[in-house]
Design a protein around this ligand. Structure first.
Ligand code: ATP
Length: 514
């Protein structure tokens, strides 16, 4: 646990030191759970967004984009169920005065049981070597089976109590499991209460006529209310999707995990409109498709898993999370939800406008069903960033800190380094930059010895360093150093574009999804 915390602290301090993420309003001691992205962070974030947009919108014939406003008519949030049901169960510890999400306390307890299972698996894998059959072990090892049953039982009971809004039982469960406040160890809890997560604000200058608004807690509703606009103007035929990226706001009860849980964050969502009755099939397809997108980045299959929801949201008939192994354990990264006709049906009722589709195949009108994929851009940023940050032991008994970002997402693709600041080498370096910058984000770096510059670019996540030396003047070649292998090769300046493209172009990365 202590090691996990240490690693996470390293992630946060590296993000600050290298211009990726800063605490918001830091000079005023910061604003809790709000963050700013620095000069490198903004590039990484943009690259992740584009990687998603390419895969979801531009590479699909039947998915189009949208950019809806953050402010929406307040009735939207009555129709969507957010005014009545967008609550989290909160619980306070009377001694430490710390506030928690009751469901998260229970889930963290279950995560500890899951860690025990993982430990047993590792031990057995070591003991049995090549003949180890993980599936068989999980099904037959008495201790593991008991752990598994315990974990499933707890989650089931939590799901059912939340479903029935039985908050008394949620508290009872916390007491039965003997869960203590992680800060103080005290078990002196208040009752569990519901807390609405939407931020309210006002529209209009005049106090009497001002209208109560909400900052949107999800981007999805902007898509639903525009369903007919897009379908008609784009002559879209079901099945089709609408995708958008944008800010969302939630007054989170507990926000102590850096950019994992923020009060202002960005979502990348896609709503796929389908014939009623086909939702099971599309649910499976989109689960598979989204997992492939994650795996295309090469961050390790073992770092992802599906988690099917026990407790379904008011709008869903099936839901699963793609969980990622964050520095603090497996947690939700993306949700895939089968939302039925809840949203469009509800907006029909509240607006009095028909939100239906005439299906020429079935020769009838209906309210389409919806399959949603929803991922937090900031959470994806944290997944990529934390997984990439590594301390490497080198052969000469030194270590290096390297940010092994997938090259397609790296903020800077190449740093161009003149070996010395004289003899015309900086001019050649600048000329190379002038040429490459039309295709890639490249940076010039002449400060310090070249070895130090390599280390700096490693820590920055730059996949290539290109060094201009005296030989360059003779034969127009440079050395190119690869961040991950640290290998260097001598290549012609004219070949640089091709070499870099091969490693950083989205095409080769996204083709891995096929
Ligand atoms: P959680 O259970 O972690 O609160 P959620 O189930 O409420 O998440 P959704 O409403 O399904 O999340 O939102 C879709 C995605 O948006 C999540 O998978 C996550 O990546 C992202 N997300 C949700 N809340 C936050 C937040 N407060 N900060 C950053 N990202 C978030």
């Amino acid at each position: 646990m202590a090691k996990q915390e240490d690693n996470f602290k390293k992630v946060i301090s590296h993000a600050k030191e290298y211009g990726y993420v800063f605490q918001s309003s830091e000079i005023y001691d910061g604003l809790s759970a709000v963050y700013d992205y620095g000069q490198n962070g903004v590039e990484l974030k943009k690259n992740i967004r584009e990687y998603w947009w390419k895969a979801m919108v531009q590479l699909n014939d039947n998915i189009v984009g949208l950019d809806a406003a953050i402010f929406m008519h307040p009735t939207t949030w009555k129709a969507s169920g957010h005014v009545d049901a967008f609550n989290d169960p909160l619980i306070d510890n009377k001694d430490s005065k710390k506030r928690y999400r009751a469901d998260v306390l229970v889930e963290d307890y279950v995560a500890k049981i899951e860690n025990k299972i993982e430990k047993e698996v590792k031990k057995a894998a070591k003991r049995f070597g090549d003949s180890f059959d993980k599936k068989q072990f999980l099904e037959t090892n008495q201790r593991v089976v008991e752990y598994q049953e315990q974990a499933t039982g707890i989650l089931k009971r939590l799901g059912q109590s939340l479903e029935k809004e039985d908050l008394v039982d949620v508290k009872k469960l916390i007491e039965e499991l003997d869960i203590a406040c992680p800060m103080s160890g005290s078990k002196n809890w208040t009752d569990v209460k519901q807390f609405n997560l939407m931020f309210g604000t006002k529209l209009g200058a005049n106090a009497e006529s001002a209208m109560d608004l909400y900052l949107r807690p999800e981007t999805a509703q902007g898509i639903f209310v525009n369903f007919l606009n897009v379908q008609k103007s784009g002559r879209m035929k079901i099945p089709f999707g609408i995708a958008q990226t944008g800010k969302a706001f939630r007054n989170e009860i507990v926000a102590r995990q850096f950019i994992f849980r923020m009060r202002e964050f960005e979502q990348m969502e896609m709503q796929f409109f389908i014939q009623p009755g086909t939702q099971k099939e599309w649910y499976e397809k989109w689960k598979e498709n989204r997992m492939k997108w994650h795996l295309s980045l090469g961050m390790g299959e073992d770092n992802y898993r599906f988690h099917d929801h026990e407790k379904l949201a008011h709008y869903a008939d099936a839901a699963a999370d793609i969980e990622f192994r964050f520095p603090f354990g497996f947690k939700e990264l993306e949700g895939i939800h089968s939302r039925t006709d809840f949203d469009l049906g509800s907006h029909e009722k509240f607006s009095g406008k028909k939100l239906q589709y005439f299906d020429p195949e079935l020769n009838k009108n209906y309210v389409p069903y919806v399959l949603e994929t929803s991922i937090g851009l900031d959470r994806m940023f944290l997944a990529v960033f934390s997984n990439s940050l590594q301390e490497e032991e080198l052969e000469n008994n030194t270590t290096r800190t390297v940010l092994k970002l997938p090259a397609v997402l790296a903020p800077t693709k190449a740093a161009i380094l003149p070996l010395v600041k004289k003899d015309g080498l900086p001019d050649i370096a600048h000329a190379i930059i002038e040429d490459l910058r039309w295709d890639f984000n490249v940076k010039y770096d002449e400060k310090d010895a070249v070895g130090r510059r390599y280390r700096r670019q490693d820590a920055n996540g730059t996949p290539f360093c290109i060094t201009v030396d005296h030989q360059t003047k003779e034969d127009n070649t440079v050395t190119i150093r690869h961040r991950d292998s640290m290998e260097q090769e001598r290549v012609a300046i004219a070949d640089l574009k091709g070499i870099i493209s091969k490693e950083v172009d989205m095409r080769s990365w996204l083709l891995k999804m096929k």
